[in-house]
Design a protein. Structure first.
Length: 198
């Protein structure tokens, strides 16, 4: 299983970020139900990969959520739901869950798990147990979280709709397959996330 451990700067050393991408997920409805029932065994950020344009976008949302956790400024129940909400350009949390979180029809799934010591759990869950739990419960093919793997899952029509990027003439004029267009979309998405609710 391709569970990557990412060290994000400016976060405390005891915060560990785990990420992976699952393709062709067969049991999205089951995973969605676990989140709705608040099953603590499934405390992950389950993100629909079709609305993510790059690894940087994913890591930006994770950093924003982890930073909110460190500073006691979470606006959602936990750091994982905050990660999903951080992908949105709107402060509407329910809308963010619908647009960016897992749904029963999700095919490709980005998974993030942020571990750190808490009052109830002094020792965070070890990486090998996280990998084992995901492998046993997510029916899909795990692969590395790379820009190429993410791009293969991205639905640009949805991304442009959710981030209000339709009707931007200079963006429309760029060649669909040009790397410059992908970079511009990524920049606009990151700007929208950063300016969330302003």
């Amino acid at each position: 299983m391709d569970l990557e451990i990412v060290k994000l700067e400016h976060l405390p050393d005891n915060y560990t970020v785990h990420i992976t991408l699952f393709k062709d997920v067969k049991n999205a409805a089951f995973l969605h139900e676990q989140l709705l029932s608040r099953n603590s065994d499934f405390e992950y950020a389950f993100i629909d990969a079709s609305v993510v344009v790059s690894r940087l976008q994913l890591l930006s949302a994770i950093f924003k959520a982890a930073n909110a956790s460190v500073n006691g400024a979470l606006q959602t129940p936990n750091v994982h739901s905050e990660t999903v909400a951080s992908l949105s350009s709107s402060k509407n949390i329910a809308e963010a869950y619908r647009r960016f979180g897992i749904s029963p029809t999700t095919k490709d799934l980005l998974v993030a798990k942020i571990t750190f010591p808490t009052e109830t759990q002094a020792q965070p869950t070890p990486s090998d147990l996280i990998a084992k739990h995901l492998q046993e419960n997510v029916q899909g093919s795990s692969m590395p979280v790379t820009d190429e793997n993410i791009a293969a899952s991205t639905d640009l029509a949805k991304v442009r709709k959710y981030y209000k990027l339709n009707g931007i003439n200079w963006l429309d004029a760029l060649d669909e397959n040009a790397p410059a267009k992908t970079q511009q979309i990524e920049s606009l998405v990151l700007g929208s996330m950063a300016l969330r609710g302003v």
